[in-house]
Design a protein around this ligand. Structure first.
Ligand SMILES: [Zn+2]
Length: 259
């Protein structure tokens, strides 16, 4: 028996090629499907438009960039603008714990006048839930004292100088911007007491007040001379509520403005 391949060489070789193709068909189909699949995946993930520019930029920069975890930056501790710290107001009762300050002929001392007003201010603030420290003139707590504001309460001379020796005055710390605290208290005090502002008797002692140097540099601070103990005596003693409430209002104005 002769083989069917023997008599026609061309036919038989052609036929064997077809058989080969037939055997390979599943593999060829697999290749076609695989290539089509990869092409689809490529089309699906290939960025276009804006994305392409970003990808190109990243490619241009190379892949040598250090790997890092994108952690959001911690908020800078900024007392007022972003993260107001706990409220705390310091009130210095002028001369307390050190000396009597100015003294009147009948024995009334500036220290008494100051503590009387200071205690009302402290009570007012605490009534509103504001943490408040009543401090001596040279209180140990003043070293590095950090708070929302520090206010030192003093009063002027008890001697009769002339009819112009009436009025109040305020000086702010030069170490921390205290202008807003100053203007709030000045406005509230002027409105409530009707006293004139005694700008021309603001002394170097007030401008360079010792506590301004001691407290933390982020604590606004002012010193107020609430009035003259001679001509303004009644306001500072019998009617001490008026200056005390005015100072309280000024502090609240400042706190409301900055929070
Ligand atoms: Zn004083």
């Amino acid at each position: 028996m002769s083989s069917p391949y023997d008599d026609n060489t061309w036919e038989s070789s052609n036929y064997s090629w077809l058989v080969f193709l037939g055997r390979m068909l599943p593999f060829i189909l697999f290749l076609i499907l695989a290539i089509a699949g990869m092409w689809l995946v490529y089309l699906f993930f290939n960025p276009s438009g804006d994305d392409a520019e970003v990808v190109a930029a990243v490619r241009a920069r190379g892949l040598s960039a250090p790997f890092f975890k994108a952690v959001p930056a911690k908020p800078v501790s900024q007392r007022f603008a972003q993260s107001p710290g706990p409220l705390r107001i310091g009130i210095i009762a002028g001369h307390r714990g050190n000396d009597s300050g100015a003294v009147c002929e009948d024995g009334l001392t500036e220290a008494e006048v100051n503590i009387n007003i200071a205690e009302i201010v402290v009570a007012n603030l605490r009534l509103r839930g504001i943490r408040t420290n009543l401090l001596d003139e040279f209180d140990n707590q003043l070293n590095g004292y950090s708070g929302t504001a520090l206010i030192s309460i003093h009063a002027d001379s008890c001697e009769y100088i002339n009819d112009g020796a009436t009025g109040f005055k305020i000086a702010g710390s030069a170490f921390t911007d205290s202008s807003l605290l100053l203007s709030c208290i000045e406005d509230a005090y002027r409105t409530a007491t009707q006293l004139p502002y005694h700008a021309n008797t603001v002394t170097a002692d007030m401008m360079d007040y010792h506590a301004f140097r001691l407290i933390a540099p982020d604590t606004p601070s002012v010193i107020i001379e609430t009035g003259f103990m001679n001509l303004d005596r009644e306001l500072l003693t019998t009617n001490a509520e008026t200056p005390a409430n005015a100072i309280t209002d000024g502090i609240l104005c400042y706190m409301n403005t900055t929070r």
